[in-house]
Write a protein that binds this ligand. Sequence first.
Ligand SMILES: [Mn+2]
Length: 320
Amino acid sequence: MMFSSRRKPVLYFKEQRRLTWDHCSVYKLFGVCLLLLLASLLWLQLSCSSDMAAAASSQRDGRLPQQPPPACRSESSPRDEESWGPHKLALLVPFRERFEELLVFVPFMHSFLNKKKIAHQILIINQVDHYRFNRASLINVGYLESANDTDYLAMHDVDLLPLNDALDYGFPADGPFHVASPDLHPLYHYKTYVGGILLLTKKHYHMCNGMSNRFWGWGREDDEFYRRLRKAGLQLFRPSGITTGYKTFLHVHDPAWRKRDQKRVAAQKQEQFKVDPEGGLSNLRFHVESRQELTVGGAPCTVINTRLDCDQDQTPWCLL
Ligand SMILES: [Mn+2]
């Protein structure tokens, strides 16, 4: 008895001490967590603003920023800032069934253009009819469906990502600006190539009557558009002083996909090496099935679900 009664208080005391120590550590832990949270918030804020400053200064120097785009706040600076300029870009993406590429493209381009202080609207023109893919008609639809406050457009392939921040996406006042120039595009190197990424003022696009609607399936619609540019008397501009060569873009291109869009029949070949003198915005036939405002990886875009109309007497190859 003596033994146990002498021992008990000690045990009790020990337990109590442990109890108070536990209490203490819970409060300490909470305090430390709070401090860590505050510190990380502060760090995020500081690193974001310094990243932006670094990107801006290296752009002024003409150097390539080494860092990837800052992953912080996608809605960086508000576009009311005067430094963003008076112009707004309609980024037109002709699209069908390339969901995995879209998931990368939209947040990438949103952050790329914000970094360059280019006000923009991203429009995904999604072809939902059962005809073959018609890139040119979808771009025509994008031009007509883009917001009134946009004054220039980019026809932009979804599989081509600009990796060099020095590339100009600004308002092409003097004439069309071919961002994906043959000197920089990883795949197409002929002199008259204007595909991939081309910037135009809406006024110049209208002067060309848009693009031809006769091109169903892949290819050649951009070559026909080159002739329209020439016919409209527009001078074509391309990037200069870009030192990254064929590594300027990431091209996610897999020709094994969509065999149907690569087929060419004789009649189509004949038509598609010619100029289409009348067609364009003036004879475009389409129906917008629905519009969806989406946020992809924190970046806003508008999906325009488009049903194109094919005149099968005129262009029977839309149904191959
Ligand atoms: Mn491609």
